[in-house]
Design a protein around this ligand. Structure first.
Ligand code: UDX
Length: 425
C-alpha cells in the first residue's frame, strides 16, 4: 500500500483530472484546482467534463472517500501539500514553441504558499529547460522542481496512468527523486531517474517517434496502393520483428490530437534554437500534411471531381472513443474537400452539434442521404456495425472510401457499395 502523501494538482484537463483521480485511487490525499469556476462546480457535483473511460468512477470514489476534492484557484489547493503537480496547458505559440505562460503563472501563484521542502512537479509537456523557468518564477530555494512527464493517451488515460510502461523523474536531487518515485509505489512500473533536461526531452522524443512511425506507415500505404500491395499484410510482415513491433502501425488519414502536432513542431523548434536542424522530423510533419492531401485526392478521383458533389464524412474526432476535435485529421480532410467545391455533411457519435465549418447530421444514415461518396475518417466501431444496405439506398452513388480500414469489407461490398480502402487499392 502506498504511504499517503498530500498532493495538489493544478489544472483539471484530461491530464490533471486523471492524475488527481488516480493518485487518490492509489491512496493519496489530493486537492485539484482550476481557474475555471464553472468546471470546478461541475466536478463538485460529480459531473466529469471529459470522455475518459473509468474516470467518472474514480472521481466519485475519491470524493466519497474524502481523498479527492476540487477548489477554484491554485492558491487554495497548495496549503500544506507535499507535492504540487502542474498540469496546466502548454499551448503551441505562433512560432511553434510551447507557450509556458500558464505554467509560470501557476508557479508564481503557489510559490509564496508552499511549505518548505515541498516538491513542484512539471507534468505538462514543457520544453527542455522548463524546470529552470519554474524555479525562476518561484524564487524559492527551499522548494525543488522536478519533471515527471505524462504518457497518457486520450481515451485510455486512466489505464495508462495505472499501468505505466515507465515512470520518468527528472531531477538532480536524488532524495527528491526517491520522494516522487514513492508516490507511484502502488503501481508496478520501472522508474527512470534522470536529469530534468533528459526527462523533458524523453517526452518530446516519445511523441515525435510515434508520429514518425505513423507517417512512415501512412507513406507505405501510398506505396502499397501504387505497387498493388496490401498495407495490412505489409504491416503484419514487418510488425512481427520485435524491433519494429506491431503496435501503432495502423495507417489512417494522418495523425492529430492535442499532442502530436504540437509536440513534434515544438521539438523541431527546440532543436533549431539549440542549433540542430531536425529535418527528419520536419519531413515527418510534412508527410502528415501530404496524407491529408492524398486522402482528398483519392475521394476526388472516386467521384470524378468534387465541385458540386455531396460527401458524407463518417467521423470528426481525432480518433475514436474521444470527443476531442483538436487538430483532427478528419477536419483537415473535410476542409480540403470543401476547398475543392464539395458539399460535406458529417456524422460522429461523439459530436451532437453543427461545427462552424461543417454541418453535423444526427445519424450516419442521414449524413449519407444524397451523398456521392462516404469517407470514413475516424475509426468508430459504430461505423463497422451500420446496415450498409440502408446506407446505399439513401446515397446518390454507391461509393465509400475507408481511410481507417475499420469496416467489414466483404459486408460493405455485398451491400453493393464500391469500396476503396486506404493502402489496399
Ligand atoms: C499521444 C501519445 O500516444 C501519448 O503517449 C501522449 O502522452 C499524448 O499523445 P493521444 O494524442 O491521446 O496520445 O493519441 P494517440 O492515441 O497517440 O493517437 C494520436 C493520433 O495518431 C490520432 O490521430 C490517431 O488516430 C493516430 N493513430 C494512432 C493512427 O493513425 N494509427 C495508429 O496506429 C495509432
Amino acid at each position: 500500500m502506498t504511504e499517503m502523501s498530500k498532493i495538489a494538482v493544478i489544472g483539471t484537463g484530461y491530464v490533471g483530472l486523471t492524475t488527481g483521480a488516480c493518485f487518490a485511487h492509489i491512496g493519496h490525499d489530493v486537492v485539484c484546482a482550476d481557474i475555471d469556476e464553472s468546471k470546478i462546480d461541475r466536478l463538485n457535483r460529480g459531473e466529469i467534463p471529459i470522455l475518459e473511460p473509468g474516470l467518472d468512477d474514480l472521481v466519485r470514489d475519491g470524493m466519497a472517500e474524502g481523498r479527492l476534492s476540487f477548489v477554484v484557484g491554485a492558491a487554495n489547493a497548495v496549503a500544506d501539500c507535499e507535492f504540487a503537480y502542474l498540469c496546466v496547458p502548454t499551448p503551441q505559440g505562433e512560432d511553434g514553441s510551447a507557450d509556458l505562460s500558464y505554467v509560470e503563472a501557476a508557479a508564481r501563484e503557489i510559490a509564496p504558499l508552499l511549505t518548505s521542502g515541498a516538491v513542484v512537479v512539471n507534468k505538462s509537456t514543457v520544453p527542455v529547460g522548463s524546470t529552470l523557468v519554474v524555479e525562476g518564477a518561484m524564487m524559492r530555494d527551499d522548494v525543488t522542481v522536478v519533471s515527471n512527464p505524462e504518457f497518457l493517451r486520450e481515451g485510455s488515460a486512466v489505464h495508462d496512468f495505472l499501468n505505466p510502461d515507465r515512470v520518468v523523474i527528472g531531477t538532480d536531487d536524488r532524495p527528491t527523486a526517491v520522494k516522487v518515485a514513492s508516490l507511484f509505489l502502488g503501481l508496478t512500473a520501472p522508474v527512470i531517474v534522470t536529469d530534468p533536461a533528459s526527462a523533458e526531452t524523453i517526452k518530446y522524443a516519445a511523441n515525435s517517434f510515434l508520429a514518425t512511425k505513423l507517417s512512415f506507415v501512412n507513406a507505405m500505404a501510398a506505396v502499397c496502393e501504387a505497387v498493388g500491395a496490401d498495407i495490412n499484410d505489409v504491416v503484419k510482415g514487418i510488425g512481427s520483428d520485435p524491433r519494429i513491433g506491431d503496435k501503432f502501425l495502423q495507417p489512417g488519414p494522418g495523425w492529430g490530437g492535442s499532442c502530436f502536432p504540437k509536440d513534434s513542431r515544438a521539438l523541431v523548434r527546440i532543436a533549431d534554437d539549440a542549433g540542430y536542424d531536425f529535418s527528419l522530423l520536419r519531413g515527418v510533419i510534412d508527410a502528415n500534411t501530404q496524407q491529408f492531401d492524398r486522402v482528398t485526392d483519392r475521394v476526388e478521383e472516386m467521384v470524378g471531381g468534387l465541385r458540386g458533389k455531396r460527401v458524407a464524412a463518417f467521423g470528426l474526432t481525432f480518433k475514436a472513443n474521444t470527443d476531442d476535435l483538436r487538430d483532427s485529421p478528419a477536419l483537415e480532410v473535410i476542409a480540403r474537400l470543401q476547398e475543392r467545391g464539395a458539399d460535406v455533411v458529417a456524422y460522429d457519435p461523439a459530436i451532437h452539434r453543427d461545427l462552424e465549418t461543417v454541418r453535423v447530421a444526427d445519424s450516419a444514415y442521414s449524413a449519407a442521404e444524397g451523398a456521392d461518396v462516404v469517407v470514413v475518417l475516424t475509426e468508430w466501431d459504430e461505423f463497422r456495425w451500420l446496415d450498409y444496405t440502408k446506407v446505399v439506398e439513401v446515397m446518390a452513388s454507391p461509393m465509400l472510401y475507408d481511410t481507417r480500414n475499420v469496416l467489414d469489407a466483404a459486408g460493405v461490398r455485398k451491400a453493393g457499395i464500391e469500396l476503396r480502402i486506404l493502402g489496399r487499392g
